[in-house]
Design a protein around this ligand. Structure first.
Ligand SMILES: *[C@@H]1O[C@H](CO)[C@@H](O)[C@H](O)[C@H]1NC(C)=O
Ligand SMILES: *[C@@H]1O[C@H](CO)[C@@H](O)[C@H](O)[C@H]1NC(C)=O
Ligand SMILES: *[C@@H]1O[C@H](CO)[C@@H](O)[C@H](O)[C@H]1NC(C)=O
Ligand SMILES: *[C@@H]1O[C@H](CO)[C@@H](O)[C@H](O)[C@H]1NC(C)=O
Ligand SMILES: *[C@@H]1O[C@H](CO)[C@@H](O)[C@H](O)[C@H]1NC(C)=O
Ligand SMILES: *[C@@H]1O[C@H](CO)[C@@H](O)[C@H](O)[C@H]1NC(C)=O
Ligand SMILES: *[C@@H]1O[C@H](CO)[C@@H](O)[C@H](O)[C@H]1NC(C)=O
Length: 832
């Protein structure tokens, strides 16, 4: 926060009028299609009773249901700001007795990043509607070990009974009433001991992973009575970690003869064989694992058999996904959790693990014999031009914890990766000709974390800056783009902007792939091709960016290197050449000497944290500022502000096409107007309508980005943290709009404190919260951190950030690099 002090500050405190419920206008909301995944798919569950019924869960973007045409339907789009942690799905169970019942264990983090406890979401209509059952502890859908499981299981003989294996040392929990209430199973005393990194002071890697899976042995009981035998896997290494009860959970013991060297990731029952298949890795996942094993446990004989598919120098990974073919007992598959090079690996056995065949094998080096054909037609971005530089040109994938064979169709299989979901429909060809068809089958799953959006007034209507998978020119909103941004190629695009007067000129910035060059790129053809901006210094990364109106000057609020400016791609220097707006705390600032000094202007009321400054391109001095204390508007370069009455908080804001020629641009805001939602005003902020509905909550409001279409009245784009991009269009007649204030209420205006000076005026410190250039009339949006962190769906690239206070991205570096502490706020992947 900037070190500005006021000698005087005049703050008008006005009592806001009570707000009537804001009227709503119907909107259609649809995903902007990227085409499949975009993040980690930790779990895929087929219902064993109803043909064709299957679900996938994600770590930050909710859960999905499979459709007959291989596409997926999102199930948790109702999730709003208050319930944002529902999008972290740590476990999923589909009822084998009443397939209409499905359960999700939800909650995002078990450390302080998520203040709320978790809940079991219960659906009795295969996921259309949900009822939460609160739990007295946190659930970690985006925590380490989230690919193990499933931790939540339904008794296949008496489906009112469920068990849930908790994290954080909270042990095993049981429900006997279809998940409505839960009690701790006190007889189960082993809550797990493994923590990935006890020294992690954020709590993210230092929490106990806990119970990793619960598997009923249906064959031990009979329909209508509680199943006696239940296996439980626990994340511990070097001490007992597979337990069993033979009396429905009253008493438990460690399964005799187990090899507990490594952590059991999956325990999958083959009922016809009366056997349990267990995969092990020497880490909790999802990024790690350099050794592991696969075991078969014969329940009848009590004998464990090591069936690890490879050994010696071929064994450089742990094991994740395990699948059994219920139609063909003895046919099983296991996935290498992470074979980072040359590609992920999957093994298949038709003799219960006695012998195995791989999905690929080395030919004459460097040739790979690929026993598969590969199609990415549904998500072309993951093809040869795939932008995840940590992944190279891998086809098979990584972070492979989810692997399933359709219980009704031995040819149909699906598996999840760190980036998407694959599968096929000719799996038996593995056995007949050792060659199967693998296709990207994540159509409908949009799991990206959106960092920035622009809708220029000409050219393609939308360009995106996306976490982990770069970003896109969306020439169509409903057809997958053929490629992401390339040359330069960065895993994460931090921000993107266009030049107001030359809107085919675009600038984007990356978050730190030094290996792939400088982190500023410029396009003069609407993002089709790019040039690196050689004015950017190496190793200066991230933050927010703005392009000047004519496209000659880039303003860059970096992460850690302050605000920089460069004209004509000359070297970036400290910001110095134009007028700037800034906002910090409750104050708005104007600099007329190139950022040397800032003079406070109007006050932003009770704001302590400005979020976003947006300038009306058509009217000089017309500026909007969203803050934690409401939405503020100035028409005089910020000299005075009017607080929009009735808005108590505002996050992302955008101006779009006016309702008719000559009118004020429509104003869009993620805001709290009585409740948190998405709102539009067609008259400059006097009257507002709510445009989202109960089916579209968009998750954490503070994490989301907005842009409005300058060419289509009413159209707005919302970039979410975990559910991709949505576009919304007016669908229904406008209601009579609701004034958020009574007409007699005077707007809360805070006068300019003309006598105010600032003691910090000669320092180089800039207001850090929000700056925008008035002469370039484009905002550099907030550096205020969002509450909900971005996906950690891949290993961290060379030289990129991998830790630090409040860091929520990946913490494990790409092979050859080690995450190294540099200061409390920053750890970096450096060569090992
Ligand atoms: C247990 O597993 C480890 C790791 O796979 C292996 O090295 C060890 O030999 C196994 N122990 C026994 C007794 O089989
Ligand atoms: C399990 O062990 C029993 C008893 O030795 C044996 O009869 C059975 O065939 C074994 N099952 C499998 C799948 O090997
Ligand atoms: C498997 O089939 C694909 C597609 O026909 C082919 O490209 C590939 O070479 C085959 N793999 C092997 C090892 O023959
Ligand atoms: C960028 O960072 C890498 C890794 O720390 C270092 O090797 C390189 O010298 C740095 N480049 C510059 C110009 O500082
Ligand atoms: C910044 O502006 C001051 C005053 O106009 C000037 O003396 C100085 O050289 C400028 N610095 C840069 C880096 O342009
Ligand atoms: C700015 O003015 C142009 C020309 O009148 C108009 O087409 C455009 O919609 C306006 N933009 C906004 C955001 O109001
Ligand atoms: C980390 O997050 C906490 C809670 O949001 C916040 O109070 C603190 O200032 C943050 N620390 C840093 C260094 O950003």
């Amino acid at each position: 926060m900037a070190k500005f002090q006021f000698l005087a500050a005049i703050i008008t405190t006005a009592v806001l009028p009570l707000v009537d419920a804001v009227s709503s206008q119907a909107y259609t909301w649809e995903n902007v299609k990227i085409g499949g995944g975009g993040g980690f798919i930790p779990g895929i569950v087929f219902n064993p009773t109803q043909k064709g019924l299957a679900f996938a869960r994600t770590d930050i973007g909710g859960a999905y249901k499979l459709n007959a045409d291989d596409s997926w339907t999102p199930l948790l789009d109702f999730v709003d700001n208050a319930r944002w942690n529902y999008w972290g799905v740590d476990a999923l169970a589909s009822d084998p007795v009443q397939p209409n019942r499905v359960y999700l264990a939800t909650g995002m983090y078990t450390n302080s990043w998520d203040p709320s406890d978790g809940q079991i979401l219960i659906s009795t209509d295969t996921g259309s509607t949900w009822t939460p059952s609160p739990l007295p502890f946190k659930i970690g859908g985006n925590m380490p070990g989230r690919g193990m499981g499933e931790r939540l299981a339904i008794d296949p003989n008496s489906n009112g009974i469920l068990f849930f294996g908790a994290r954080s040392g909270n042990g095993l929990w049981k429900s006997t009433n279809f998940g409505v209430t839960w009690t701790k199973v006190t007889s189960f005393t082993n809550a797990g001991t493994y923590v990935p990194d006890p020294t992690d002071t954020t709590g993210y890697n230092s929490d106990i992973i806990g119970i990793s899976w619960v598997t009923f042995d249906k064959t031990s009981g009979s329909s209508g009575s509680a199943t006696p035998r239940i296996f439980v896997g626990v994340a511990s290494m070097g001490s007992n970690n597979v337990f069993v009860t033979n009396d429905g959970g009253s008493t438990w013991s460690a399964v005799a003869g187990q090899n507990n060297t490594y952590i059991p990731h999956k325990g999958v029952l083959s009922p016809a064989e009366k056997s349990l298949y267990v995969s092990y890795s020497n880490g909790a996942g999802p990024y790690d694992g350099t050794d592991g094993s696969v075991y078969k446990y014969n329940i009848t004989s009590g004998v464990w058999t090591d069936i690890t598919p490879v050994s010696g120098s071929d064994l450089y990974f742990g094991f994740g996904g395990v699948a059994v073919d219920l139609q063909l007992p003895g046919t099983i598959m296991v996935a290498a959790l992470n074979s980072w090079w040359p590609d992920g690996q999957i093994f298949r056995s038709t003799d219960s693990g006695a012998t195995w065949s791989p999905l690929w094998a080395w030919g004459d080096y460097p040739t790979l014999n690929k026993y598969y054909s590969y199609s990415d037609s549904l998500a072309p971005y993951i093809g040869p031009d795939y932008t995840d530089t940590t992944a190279g040109d891998k086809q098979i994938g990584w972070m492979m914890e989810a692997l399933s064979i359709d219980p009704f169709d031995s040819n149909h299989w699906l598996y999840g990766t760190g980036a998407t979901l694959y599968g096929g429909h000719d799996l038996l060809k593995w056995d007949s000709m050792h060659n199967v068809s693998i296709a990207s089958l994540a159509d409908g799953i949009e799991e990206t974390s959106i960092q920035g959006l622009i809708s220029p007034p000409s050219g393609p209507s939308l360009l995106s800056a996306v976490g982990d998978i770069g970003g896109f020119v969306h020439t169509s909103l409903t057809v997958s783009p053929q490629t992401g941004f390339i040359n330069p190629t960065w895993a994460t695009t931090a921000d993107i902007d266009f030049a107001g007067n030359n809107p085919t000129n675009i600038v984007r910035i990356g978050t730190g792939d030094s290996s792939t060059g400088k982190q500023v790129a410029i396009s003069t053809n609407s993002g089709i091709t790019w040039n690196q901006d050689y004015g950017a210094a190496d190793n200066v990364t991230g933050g927010k960016v703005a392009f000047s109106a004519n496209g000659d000057t880039v303003l860059w609020q970096t992460n850690g290197n302050g605000p920089l400016v460069s004209q004509y791609t000359n070297a970036f220097t400290a910001l110095n050449n134009s007028i700037f707006y800034g906002a910090a705390g409750s104050s708005f600032y104007l600099s007329t000497d190139g950022g040397k000094t800032f003079a406070p202007q109007g006050s932003l009321g009770a704001s302590t944290s400005p979020v976003k400054v947006v300038v009306n391109l058509n009217v000089t001095g017309d500026v909007w500022v969203s803050t934690d204390a409401g939405l503020f508007h100035s028409t005089n370069l910020g000299s005075t502000f009017t607080a929009v009455p009735g808005i108590t908080q505002a996050w992302a804001i955008a101006l779009g096409a006016p309702i008719s020629a000559g009118k004020y641009p429509s104003v869009f805001a993620a805001a709290n107007i009585g409740s948190v939602g998405y709102f539009r005003s067609d008259d400059g902020g006097v009257n507002w309508v709510q445009i989202n509905d109960v089916a579209h909550g968009f998750g954490s409001a503070s994490s989301n980005v907005l842009t409005a279409d300058p060419r289509i009245y009413g159209r707005v784009y919302i970039g979410t943290n975990g559910r991709g991009i949505f576009f919304g269009d007016v669908a229904g007649a406008a209601p009579s709009p609701t004034t958020t204030a009574t007409s007699t209420a005077a707007p809360t205006t805070t006068g300019k404190t003309t006598t105010t000076t600032t003691t910090a005026s000669t320092t180089t410190t800039k207001p850090t919260s929000t700056t925008t250039s008035s002469t370039t009339v484009k905002s550099i949006s907030s550096t205020t951190s969002s509450s909900a962190p971005t996906s950690t769906g891949a290993t961290v690239a060379a030289y990129a950030q991998c830790g630090g206070t409040n860091w929520t991205g990946g913490t494990v570096c790409v092979s050859g690099f080690t995450c190294t502490f540099s200061n409390p706020y920053y750890s970096q992947c450096v060569p090992s």
